[in-house]
Design a protein around this ligand. Structure first.
Ligand code: ADP
Length: 172
């Protein structure tokens, strides 16, 4: 069965969401960057960077958890998406692993609601449509086996991404 009732899409700024965990599309250093990473650090405040400094970075496809400080969320899950290099360098598997690693952390911390941005589809250049397919399929597979997470929100910043997720979720 498709876990449609537990997956939703919205067009919003992820820093505004009152969920248990928001996922950050970070880079390997975990010391801040552009796009959603910058927005999360700006809204969470400088203590987030202080905590991130102690984490010694993160590998591509993996995830690490911090507190969310001034965000309405409780936690930030920092994951490092692959840089798109044409698709034959393991990018799909690494992107899938970002979603899996983030969901495993959320589950371990008993998070009920989690929100994802469109990982890798900004500066890292992953094609939006195939990234969204991986996001939805990976979350769906995870939800089939899990009873902790009640709601996964795909938080799209761009109208283009919002439309893509809407149609993927509608067609299932
Ligand atoms: P990456 O380096 O993984 O590509 P980016 O931050 O450049 O990360 O882009 C990832 C996605 O985050 C893009 O779809 C971008 O539109 C989106 N984004 C940027 N700012 C925000 C925000 N405040 N809330 C949610 N999504 C955002």
């Amino acid at each position: 069965m498709f876990q449609k009732n537990k997956m939703t899409v919205i067009q919003s700024d992820i820093t505004k969401l009152e969920v248990d965990a928001v996922v950050n599309a970070a880079n390997k250093e975990l010391l801040g960057g552009g796009g959603v990473d910058a927005a999360i650090h700006r809204a969470a405040g400088p203590e987030l960077l202080e905590e991130c400094r102690k984490l010694n970075g993160c590998e591509v496809g993996k995830a690490k958890m911090t507190s969310a400080y001034n965000l309405p969320a409780k936690y930030v899950i920092h994951t490092v998406g692959p840089i798109w290099r044409g698709g034959r360098y393991g990018e799909p598997e690494l992107l899938k692993s970002c979603y899996e690693s983030s969901l495993e952390l959320a589950q371990n911390y008993d998070c009920k609601k989690i929100a994802f941005p469109c990982i890798s589809t900004g500066v890292y250049g992953y094609p939006s449509e195939s990234a969204a397919q991986i996001a939805v399929n990976t979350c769906n597979e995870f939800l089939k086996e899990d009873s902790t997470i009640l709601e996964i929100t795909f938080c799209c910043f761009l109208g283009k991404d919002y439309s893509i997720y809407r149609s993927i979720l509608r067609d299932h």
